[in-house]
Design a protein around this ligand. Structure first.
Ligand code: MG
Length: 367
């Protein structure tokens, strides 16, 4: 394929309700949509999942725009690309900036699958026709969280995740299990703990949680290995794993027993697949993490989750979990806790151009 044109769309839309973690609250969500036009008349779509401020990783919407405009787009424009995996080499001179890279790389995967006339899941070697949906409950009052959990369980979600912070976690988790004794529950700390807080985390062992996600430093794998030895509950790493090499080292050290893979965090689908395959070899189950994304990134996540070692329901929920109106047609639906993997070519959803125009703050075309 040859990329003749790249269009960046900066959009902004309100979340249906504010989303709070131990680190930040998100009310309005900016995203950059990447539209890539190929020489065979097809269009590929990708999404930059960085936030407006660097609370999750160091990248932001503005850094991603800058890196794409000044460095990444010039590397792909008018290039003959045989396969999307070549972008890893093409981008290797640019250090990190994984979410910027993933925005373009995922658009190239969509374009490639469309040109081949196959669903993205087939292009990446996926086999599932349905994936299991999980959902995240924002950190609010315990009564509000219980209300939301009941709603999501009634909607059929197969796994509930809550955000926790030190000192309040035991009481919240206990209340949840008192109300819903059989709930498939996991907790995400977004790095809110230190090793000295180990007693808070050990206290959670009695509940048999599915996992504790990223309890310690956002860039740590050493202390997590120490912590995992002292915990019965599996640790899942999120923020700490930004490359295949991070994943390899975390597995060798015993820093986690489960891994969360986010396409944006690791720089694209190619690296995500490599990490998936590594984890498969080591019996580490994986799941797809969410970034409060629009339907485009959500679609990429659905296809990624069709790979065999994605055995744990991910943060892939219905479009209506976050948006009054999503930017894809049809919107992502959850039926009895499952999402169907689209069988039409590419990401398998149409992009709602009118909706995108209605929420666009800035658009730029590169040829
Ligand atoms: Mg997380």
């Amino acid at each position: 394929m040859k990329i003749l044109k790249v269009t960046l769309h900066l959009i902004e839309q309100p979340l249906l309700s504010p989303f709070t973690t131990s680190l930040a609250t998100v009310n309005r969500r900016e995203s950059i949509l990447v539209e890539i036009s190929g020489d065979k008349g097809h269009i590929g779509w990708g999404e930059v999942v960085a936030f407006s401020s660097p609370w999750y990783t160091e990248e932001t919407i503005k850094t991603c725009w800058h890196i794409m405009e000044d460095f990444l787009i010039p590397l792909v424009l008018n290039q003959q690309i045989t396969h999307p995996t070549e972008l890893t080499t093409l981008f290797s001179s640019i250090k990190r900036h994984n979410m910027a890279k993933a925005g373009i790389e995922t658009a190239c995967w969509d374009l490639f699958a469309k040109e081949e006339g196959i669903p993205l899941s087939k292009a990446i070697g996926g086999s599932r026709v349905k994936i299991e949906a999980g959902v995240v409950v924002s950190l609010t009052t315990i009564d509000q969280m219980l209300f939301k959990i009941e709603e999501h369980l009634n909607q059929g979600y197969k796994r509930i995740k809550i955000k926790i912070s030190p000192g309040k976690e035991y009481q919240i988790v206990k209340r949840i299990f008192d109300e819903f004794p059989n709930i498939p529950l996991m907790v995400d700390a977004n790095s809110a703990y230190q090793l000295k807080d180990i007693h808070h985390l050990q206290a959670l062992d009695e509940f048999g949680l599915m996992m504790i996600e990223q309890p310690l430093g956002y860039d740590d794998i050493i202390d997590h290995a120490i912590l995992q030895k002292e915990l019965q509950t599996p640790i899942c790493l999120d923020e700490s794993i930004v490359t295949y090499e991070d994943a390899r080292k975390a597995i060798e050290l015993g820093s986690c027993r489960i891994m969360n893979i986010k396409v944006g965090r690791v720089g694209g689908l190619t690296e995500a697949i490599k990490i998936h395959n590594l984890c498969l070899q080591h019996n580490i189950p994986v799941w797809v993490g969410g970034m409060l994304e629009t339907g485009i990134s959500r679609a990429h996540n659905i296809h990624l989750a069709s790979l065999s070692n994605f055995t744990i329901p991910g943060d892939i929920s219905a479009s209506s979990r976050y948006w009054k109106q999503d930017i894809i047609i049809p919107e992502v639906q959850v039926e009895k806790g499952n999402i169907s993997v689209p069988e039409t070519r590419g990401i398998g959803f149409e992009v709602n151009v009118e909706r995108i125009q209605a929420i666009t703050k800035e658009q730029r075309i590169y040829t």
